[in-house]
Design a protein around this ligand. Structure first.
Ligand SMILES: *[C@@H]1O[C@H](CO)[C@@H](O)[C@H](O)[C@H]1NC(C)=O
Length: 350
């Protein structure tokens, strides 16, 4: 038993080397050949244990070299054959014949195989194995061609701005026009409304209008209230145009100085009313006449000064304004009042 085991181990150890030797003997050992080929340079081929230089592209080998690093004998490929790269081949490759559904794109040369392409009207995508050329698609109804078919790409179509879109485009135009028209109408209505308000203001009795105008600065009192409080003034008021609202009472900030400062505002007074106004505040006709030759503004100042001297401490702007109101000169009165308050000479009494 032990003897047999010994023998088997020996066989296992010896067998591989014997086998390799036998293969080497008959030249079948491809592993060895490959190892030797690896010793040749890039552009060389192995022949009988030596490295020969490749034949160039478009040529093939007739007989190998006999000395290391030489070319040996090469021959150009015959027509209809080619070699694309430097080689040690015994024969050139046969040129490809284009299939029946294809045509020659580039004919075969000694260094390049034939290039084929699909016949017109058919195509074959370059990233797919081209067994059969496919028919080019044509665009359907409601589609248009984006790119024509060629040998390597199918037709490309895209949907035309189709019919269902047209009404929506029309609709959006209609909506826009409507919105614009509505906006214009609103603007027009507002404009007419504003005009109406302005006209109605203009046509209102002067006192009412002025009262509204100045109510922000100086609240206009109800006539009824003041009637009982200041009977003397209400008499004057009654002689002028009758008002619903009465003028507020003004209080001077700086006594007589304030009053004097306001004289210039009386230059606003309507020229036709000068005489009547001064008469109304108690200036004698001959005095008024004596100042007639003066320049208008000077006349007003002089006569008002005379009035002030005459009235003394009891002379007040309120009386002057009341006189204007009595002469139906409410607008002038309002303007003077406004100026007096605005320039800080007078305050409103509430
Ligand atoms: C075919 O069309 C494709 C896509 O437009 C393009 O990339 C390709 O170059 C064309 N081929 C030829 C042969 O004209």
């Amino acid at each position: 038993m032990t003897k047999l085991l010994h023998y088997m181990v020996l066989m296992v150890l010896i067998w591989p080397s014997k086998l390799t030797g036998a293969f080497q003997l008959f030249g079948f050992d491809s592993r060895v050949r490959r190892a030797q080929q690896d010793q040749c340079k890039d552009q060389e081929y192995l022949n009988g244990g030596i490295c020969c230089l490749n034949c160039p592209a478009g040529y093939h080998l007739i007989s190998p070299c006999t000395k290391e690093g030489q070319r040996g004998q090469c021959e150009e490929c015959q027509d209809g054959t080619y070699t694309e790269h430097p080689n040690g081949l015994k024969q050139c490759f046969k040129c490809t014949q284009c299939p029946t559904d294809q045509q020659i794109k580039k004919p075969c040369t000694h260094t390049q195989d034939t290039e084929c392409q699909c016949l017109p009207g058919t195509f074959c995508a370059p990233d797919q194995p081209c067994e059969v050329c496919l028919k080019c698609s044509s665009c359907g109804k409601g589609e248009e061609i984006v790119r024509n078919c060629n040998a390597t790409a199918n037709t490309q179509c895209k949907k035309i701005q189709s019919n269902p879109d047209v009404p929506s485009a029309k609709l959006s135009v209609i909506v826009q026009v409507t919105v614009l028209a509505a906006a214009l109408l609103i603007i027009f209505v507002l404009w007419v409304w504003r005009r109406k308000i302005r006209d109605s203001l203009r046509n209102q009795p002067i006192d009412q209008k002025a009262g509204e105008l100045y109510s922000e600065n100086c609240l206009t009192e109800e006539k009824g209230k003041t009637d009982t409080q200041k009977p003397s003034r209400s008499n004057l008021m009654l002689s002028g145009q009758l008002e619903d609202k009465e003028f507020p009472k003004l209080v001077p900030v700086n006594g007589e100085e304030s009053l004097k400062k306001c004289f210039e505002y009386f230059e606003e007074m309507d020229l036709d009313y000068h005489k009547r106004f001064f008469r109304h505040i108690g200036i004698a006709d001959n005095v008024i006449k004596s100042k007639e030759h003066l320049h208008c503004e000077d006349k007003i100042h002089e006569l008002l000064n005379i009035w002030m001297e005459k009235e003394g401490r009891k002379g007040s702007l309120n009386d002057l304004l009341t006189a204007l109101l009595a002469l139906n000169q409410r607008r002038t009165a309002e303007t003077i009042k406004e100026n007096a308050i605005h320039h800080g000479h007078y305050l409103c009494e509430y």
